[in-house]
Each structure stands twice: as C-alpha cells, then as structure tokens.
Write a protein of this length. Structure first.
Length: 377
C-alpha cells in the first residue's frame, strides 16, 4: 500500500519528486544519497496563495506498533508561509499529534535537512500516520528517508527466550526489563506489567487524585502546580498528562512566566523510610522539558541531618514529549526524595513531571496482594 496525498480546500498535493534545476524544487537535493538522482516527497504552496491551506500525506493502515515504536524521518523546509508542520496518529477517526516543528521562536534553520523522531503511543493498533502542513505564500516542505524503528510484537505463538532474573515475561509472551515493571507506563501490550496483582509492592503516584504523598517544601521560591491540559504559555509545557495521555489527566509542573525569574526553584519531596536491608531504593519518573528557555530538573535526597546528594541533573529542551528518568538512592536510613524544578532564562521553560513510582526496596508499597478476583488472568 502507498501513502496518499489528501489536500483540503486550496491545499497543494504532496508529490514524489527528484531534484530539479528550475521550478519549485530547484536547488533542493534529496537527503540520501544527496545527489540529483534521488527522490523525496514534497509539498509546495504557490507564491500567489494568500489563504492558509492544508495539505496531508496519509499512510496506509498499520496493524500493530508494539511497545516502543518510533517514526524517524528527515525534513527540510523553505519559505516564510508555513503555519504548521505536524505528524498525527489517526486511530478510530481521531487524530492525535505526536510531533510538530516549531514555526516561531526556536524554529530550525530553513534550507537544510533536519533529523526528527515522532514517538508512537505504546501498542498502538490499526492506525495511520498523517503528515500535515498548513501553509501559504510559497511555503515548501520536503521529507525523505523515513523509517519505523523498534516496532512490532513477537508473535504469541513464538514466545521469546526470557531471562527471568533480569526480565519479566508478559502474559502475551513479550519479554521486558524488570526495571520497566510498574512504572505507570505500559510496556506489555496486554498490560500485565502494570496490573494491580503485579504491582502491589510498588508505590505509584499519578497525581490524578492529588499529590499522592508528596509535599511542597518551603525552603524554595514557589510551589509546583497540579494541572491538566496545556500550560498557559504556547511553545512550552505538555498538552496532556502521561498517565492518561489526554488533557483530562493531571500532572505537576512549574510555570516559568513572570513573576518567576531565572534560577527560581520549586521543590517537591517524598518522605521515605529506610530501604529494605541489603537493597537500594529506586525511583522512576516521567518528565517533560520542552521550550527554548528550559531551565533545570534535579533529583536529590536529603537525610535527617540535612545532607544532600544529587543523583540526576537535567537541563535544556528535551522535546515535546514525556521522557523517562530513573535514579537509585544510596541510603540506609530514612530520607527525603526531592524533585527540584529550576526556572530558566525566560517564559518558554515550563517543566512537568508525572507518574512517579518507587520500587519494593523503598519499603513504601503494600505488603499484601490484592484480592484474588483482581489477579492476572
């Protein structure tokens, strides 16, 4: 099956083209092999097109993305008339944005090829990808050398070899690292890695009902905010939470707009008992750092004597998607796990966290399994 062009209204068609010496594709050499003999897909808006128009390139239907699928591609754009260049995942008649190019502050350089990655939802099925361009007045977008990476699921009738010392075998036969268990992100396409029966010894906090045991510290400049949907500033922050992957779910974030100033800090803390003897407590979390003026995110611990250890320091823009983090605390006595957000040099620096989880070694999970009726099938 082929990708098809679906313009709307006065939108231009996507075309498969080779580099030309004259015309709208003049001077644009394909990305690979980088010669006049190559091809790319391109959409070019006429120079006299003064009304915004939409052009879509739509993929065939794909059956199963698997647990860690991404769409990798190269793109080049020219002209000042590009209002939107995005990639959507279409499923069940709904389009969900999974990647977009900044078209204002922080936009990539025109006229050169850029590499990009769109991350697909875990275990997406029966879906299409839609490359969407809204443009006018001579806007041009070219894409080349795209590929799906790390996609698909091992068939259930061919179970993979699974080292159960370091891995977890899903009910459907998938094999995932034990580090991925019960972190509020589904890695088994059947969900068995996040079931209540599997995860009762873990402490999982998704902020859907409140702070879940976290406290706002007072030795900082301001507080984290519990929020749902987009943050108040365009060009930064998430548009949806990580737990539900929608604007309905909640997450925590720091707002970088005034009255906040550079290096202002906000701290969340979770009080933890001493880890189980001979073990080390791990905390997993998801963070969103998107914006040209992103500041920093620190993960630290503090004991009763006030001794602070920094385990993770994250700076700069990490893209408009949720990223996973994990730290192992070096502690043998009760301590606080602290998440510290630091404001950057301007308002395009909102930082968010969601879905924090502590492993059984942290000694804060349940000691009793759920009722048998809630056990895995």
């Amino acid at each position: 099956d082929l990708w098809i062009s679906q313009p709307t209204g006065r939108g231009a068609h996507w075309n498969l083209s080779a580099p030309l010496q004259t015309g709208p594709f003049a001077g644009v050499i394909d990305h690979n092999p980088g010669t006049n003999g190559g091809h790319y897909a391109a959409v070019v808006i006429p120079p006299n097109q003064y009304q915004l128009a939409e052009s879509r390139l739509v993929s065939p239907v794909f059956s199963n993305a698997g647990p860690a699928c991404s769409f990798v591609f190269w793109y080049l754009y020219n002209g000042t008339g590009i209002s939107r260049f995005s990639i959507f995942l279409r499923n069940g008649g709904q389009d969900r944005k999974i990647w977009h190019m900044m078209t204002t502050r922080g936009a990539p350089a025109p006229g050169v090829w850029h590499n990009a990655t769109a991350y697909l939802p875990i275990c997406a099925s029966e879906f299409q990808l839609v490359v969407d361009v809204q443009a006018y007045i001579d806007g041009k977008v070219f894409i080349d050398d795209f590929a799906f990476v790390n996609c698909g699921v091992t068939p259930a009738n061919i179970p993979p070899t699974c080292n159960l010392t370091t891995n977890f075998k899903c009910d459907n036969g998938q094999c995932i690292p034990k580090d991925s268990l019960c972190d509020l992100q589904t890695d088994c396409c059947d969900g068995s890695d996040e079931s209540d029966f599997t995860c009762y010894k873990y402490k999982r906090i998704d902020f859907e009902q409140g702070l879940g045991g976290f406290i706002q510290l007072t030795d900082d400049n301001f507080n984290w905010t519990r929020h749902q949907g987009p943050t108040n500033t365009q060009g930064t922050g998430p548009t949806q939470d990580h737990t539900t992957d929608s604007a309905v779910g909640y997450y925590m974030y720091i707002e970088a707009s005034p009255p906040r100033v550079n290096r202002d800090k906000a701290r969340l803390a979770y009080n933890l008992p001493a880890p189980l003897p001979g073990t080390k407590c791990q905390m997993r979390y998801f963070f969103h750092m998107y914006g040209a003026m992103s500041g920093g995110l620190n993960i630290t611990s503090r004991d009763a004597s006030g001794n602070v250890i920094t385990y993770e320091t994250i700076y700069l823009d990490h893209g408009d998607h949720w990223n996973r983090g994990q730290v192992t605390f070096e502690a043998s006595f009760p301590f606080q796990a602290i998440i510290e957000g630091i404001v950057g040099v301007g308002h395009l620096g909102d930082i968010a966290i969601d879905d924090v989880s502590f492993t059984p070694e942290c000694n804060v999970g349940s000691s009793t399994p759920p009722p048998v009726t809630a056990a895995r099938d």
